[in-house]
Design a protein around this ligand. Structure first.
Ligand code: ADP
Length: 182
């Protein structure tokens, strides 16, 4: 077994609400389990907020705490040879950099920017949140009334418009293959 096959690593998706992070995470999770026969742990944005960060809101400070928690868990998984897939919005560059540093002590950190435009996210409006944010019913909504700092040097950037979720997943898998992870 080569070293890469037993090393842990973290895939970290970032992007606006409705960009496709959860959808692509689930597809990548299934594909990796098939290809590698290894456990994969998904830290989905909404689920983490429900279970690990239930008391937090959406101020910059609370968002940063949430991302650090995700980073800490991902770094533990990576340290122990596991595969972590994180899918929070993670709008702040500095918090993403901190997570990268935590994880890279133990294994690869693969940052993937799901670069769906705000117009497309609003068109999809999967959870009806953009309509509410635009009506002023939700404060601190990323892209509407809160910032999103785009990643400058992600390992991969996916523009999902005009692409199926399976095609987006395939781009992730190809990127992991290039890095020797599958
Ligand atoms: P997020 O987790 O980023 O908030 P979701 O995955 O919950 O976003 O929602 C994304 C929506 O966009 C889903 O309804 C999905 O079917 C749709 N979609 C359309 N094309 C793509 C694509 N290429 N990749 C991912 N999702 C896509």
């Amino acid at each position: 077994m080569s070293k890469k096959e037993i090393e842990g690593f973290t895939i970290f998706f970032t992007g606006l609400s409705g960009a496709g992070k959860s959808t692509i995470s689930q597809l990548v999770e299934t594909k990796l389990k098939e290809l590698l026969h290894r456990p994969v742990t998904v830290l989905d944005g909404d689920q983490v907020r429900q279970h690990l960060s239930a008391e937090l809101g959406f101020s910059k400070q609370d968002r940063d705490v949430n991302i650090r928690r995700i980073g800490y868990v991902a770094s533990l998984i990576t340290k122990h040879g596991g595969i972590a897939i994180c899918a929070p919005i993670a709008p702040y560059k500095e918090a993403r950099r901190e997570v990268r540093e935590m994880v890279e002590q133990y294994g690869d950190f693969i940052e993937i920017y799901i670069a769906t435009t705000i117009e497309e996210c609003e068109r999809r409006d999967v959870k009806g949140l953009y309509a509410k944010a635009k009506a002023g019913e939700i404060e601190h909504f990323t892209g509407i009334s809160d910032p999103y700092e785009e990643p400058e040097n992600p390992e991969l950037r996916i523009e999902t418009e005009g692409m199926t979720p399976d095609q987006s997943c395939q781009l992730v898998i190809e990127s992991l293959q290039k890095l020797g992870h599958c």
